[in-house]
Design a protein around this ligand. Structure first.
Ligand SMILES: [Zn+2]
Length: 223
């Protein structure tokens, strides 16, 4: 069989030149269902498998992407899209995420997502400078981990909104959220146990120091 994209001869299920998948079969009822749920039962690992790998083997997704491998695990972009969908769903049920409301009528949930990614990328880039990863590689690392933990904290935040409904208390859950993202970021680097703890603490101080400064500045300007 010749590849429909690049005309190379296909010997197995994948074209060795362009990577297109090929299976010699007509569309029938069973695989038509697969077409409809393509994003869940696709050739890539499923959503739940990606989450499971992201949680149980923290550096796997990022390192694989850093090394240039694609289309087996979800890309950072796919994680980001899924996390965004979870936030949209969250805001349609309760208008905050972990007690943070942003008064804006244009996709306020994205501000939470983007602020976290930018702030954490900036801090991990500074902190792990000795590992010589550029800012875009850090961006990939942080998109993976910020999105992964948004998905994990989605049910927690939802339960908090419905049960406690106290934004002040809910906001404290941002601390474990940030701690998890920061620990997961550190796993992408080879560190001794003691050094890892030190790096995680410094990373937390950078993030909360920056947030505190931004908050103080905002308050002063608004007086
Ligand atoms: Zn091809």
């Amino acid at each position: 069989m010749k590849c429909s994209v690049c005309s190379s001869e296909i010997t197995e299920n994948y074209c060795s030149k362009c990577g297109q998948y090929y299976k010699d079969q007509r569309i029938n009822f069973i695989n038509f269902l697969g077409v409809l749920f393509d994003s869940i039962f696709s050739l890539e690992k499923s959503f739940f498998q990606n989450i499971k790998i992201g949680l149980s083997r923290p550096k796997t997704l990022t390192l694989n992407y850093w090394k240039g491998f694609r289309k087996f695990y979800y890309s950072p972009g796919k994680f980001f899209t899924i996390a965004s969908l979870f936030l949209v769903l969250h805001y349609s049920i309760a208008n905050d995420f972990l007690g943070i409301i942003i008064i804006s009528n244009v996709s306020s949930q994205f501000i939470v997502l983007l602020t976290n990614i930018v702030l954490l990328t900036f801090s991990s880039f500074l902190l792990y400078k000795q590992f010589k990863k550029n800012v875009f590689e850090h961006l990939v690392l942080n998109i993976y981990n910020v999105s992964l933990w948004i998905i994990v904290f989605f049910p927690i935040s939802l339960i908090l909104s419905l049960v406690i409904n106290n934004r002040k208390i809910e906001q404290y859950f941002y601390i474990p959220y940030h701690i998890m993202v920061i620990i997961w970021n550190s796993k992408a680097f080879e560190l001794t146990k003691l050094k890892r703890i030190l790096f995680v603490v410094i990373n937390l101080l950078i993030v909360y120091g920056t947030l505190f400064l931004a908050y103080t500045l905002f308050e002063t300007l608004n007086k």
